[in-house]
Design a protein around this ligand. Structure first.
Ligand SMILES: Cc1ncc(COP(=O)(O)O)c(C=O)c1O
Length: 432
């Protein structure tokens, strides 16, 4: 029995089945590499699900956390605030363009940022209704699950959603949902389900993460902004997965030219430490009364130190530019792969910057999803020493989220392994 399989046996006996995961038990990790309990090395293109934009254990993040650890590890911001928290908020306020002065709030997880953005929007508008979008993902709490537009594995059997949350279609050209159709769907929601005057906010991901790396057409985002402005509705942009330099901009919404009212951040912000934030227009953010927002661990000093170091690294190592380079390298490689005759199962390649997915279909005419093939590719990749994830409302996309600190040599090695995994899963000759 290998160390991995032994751990897998213990896990089955000890860990709730719902907390599913791969069978690769991590022992050590460095930048874009991870070693498992059997001593095998993997290239990591999952990056802890878009968390490790600065790689595993970036030296500057480690140093900042160690320095903070020597000073204090926890006070609770409500009991004894500290400079690092204030500095991080100042920096986030400067990094997010809402077209107005900003305020920030620090929390711990992505879904907590989402929950707080909704609380703030409701307090600021005096309304309760929320419109989210099909295929969107906003987290696993009751409210996060209700906002999420994907039933499996997130919603089934977990009971009814809180009232006042509705879903409109997200445009998806590849699957025949045009911007006009999506806007007609939104109009329908605002006529059939929820009056605009009762709507506090729209919440949308500029690049749907779990939903399949579907990129929002800029004209759709502009239309949301216009409808929101017309009716006094707030626009919340969920950047938990697409933010922090991942798409070749600090925030993925910048690709659309639209300014949001509120932004949620997490994942890449902490470089591996749990921290999230809501950043937004001061006049909105400051509506909730003192004591209405926060939490015991919200803005933990170690995670705050990590986040301040992450912002330094993004700037000093030009990770925004690097994300664009990485994305171009991945896209050109995948395009070449997809052009081989045997690779007709690759129906679509999409994404922004270093947030790239490819969709697997049974054939390119019908575009019928092939989730089994996506799962086989991920399994073959793992066997070959490459960590990747699937995504998509039908589970038929493979997503690539390399650390933005990965070297070209490691990226090329990872893409070679991916090529082999695709060929093995399809049952094709790699040279075909
Ligand atoms: C867009 C988006 N929002 C919210 C969340 C929830 O974040 P967390 O898992 O940290 O609660 C995620 C997580 O994948 C996400 O991708």
């Amino acid at each position: 029995m290998t160390a991995n399989s032994d751990l897998e046996t213990r896990r089955r006996a000890a860990v709730a089945r719902g907390a599913a995961g791969k069978g690769v038990y991590a022992v050590r990790a460095e930048n874009a590499e991870l070693w498992d309990a059997d001593g095998r090395r993997y290239l990591d293109l999952a990056a802890g699900i878009a968390v490790l934009n600065t790689g595993h254990r970036h030296p500057r993040v480690m140093a900042a956390v160690e320095e903070q650890m020597a000073a204090f590890t926890h006070t609770c911001f409500h009991v004894a605030p500290f400079e690092g928290y204030v500095r991080l908020c100042e920096r986030l306020n400067a990094a997010v363009d809402t077209g107005a002065p900003n305020r920030s709030l620090l929390l711990t997880t992505g879904v907590e940022a989402v929950e707080n953005a909704i609380k703030i929007a409701r307090a600021a508008t005096g309304r309760s209704g929320i419109v989210a979008f099909g295929g969107g993902f906003h987290g696993r709490t009751s409210l996060g699950m209700a906002l999420t537009g994907k039933v499996m594995p997130y919603k089934r059997s977990f009971g009814p959603s809180p009232v006042g949350i509705f879903h409109a279609p997200f445009p998806n050209a590849y699957h025949g949902v045009s911007v006009d159709e999506a806007l007609r769907g939104l109009d329908m929601v605002l006529h059939a389900d929820l009056a605009p005057e009762d709507t506090a906010a729209f919440i949308v991901e500029p690049v749907q993460g779990e939903g399949g790396f579907n990129v929002i057409p800029p004209e759709f985002m502009a239309a949301l902004r216009e409808i929101a402005d017309r009716h006094g509705i707030l626009l919340i942009v969920d950047e938990v997965q697409g933010g922090m330099a991942r798409t070749g901009r600090m925030l993925s919404v910048e690709h659309t030219g639209v300014k949001p009212d509120l932004v949620t951040l997490a994942k890449g912000l902490g470089g591996g430490f749990p921290i999230s934030a809501v950043v937004g227009r001061a006049e909105v953010m400051d509506v909730p009364h003192a004591g209405g927002l926060g939490g015991t661990y919200a803005g933990n000093p170690l995670a705050v130190a990590a986040a301040n170091a992450v912002l330094d690294v993004i700037e000093d190592e030009n990770l925004i530019g690097r994300a664009t380079e990485i994305g171009a390298r991945i896209k050109s490689r995948l395009t070449a792969t997809a052009q081989r005759n045997a690779m007709s199962a690759i129906g679509d390649i999409r994404g922004l910057g270093a947030m790239i997915a490819f969709e697997l279909v049974t054939d390119r005419d019908s575009r019928a999803p092939d989730p089994g093939l996506a799962a086989r590719i991920a399994a073959e990749a793992e066997r070959a020493g490459l960590l990747i994830l699937t995504c998509g409302t039908r589970g038929n996309a493979v997503r690539l989220l390399p650390p933005l600190t990965i070297s070209d040599t490691q990226l090329d090695e990872a893409l070679d392994l991916l090529d082999q995994a695709i060929a093995a899963a399809i049952g094709a000759d790699i040279a075909a």
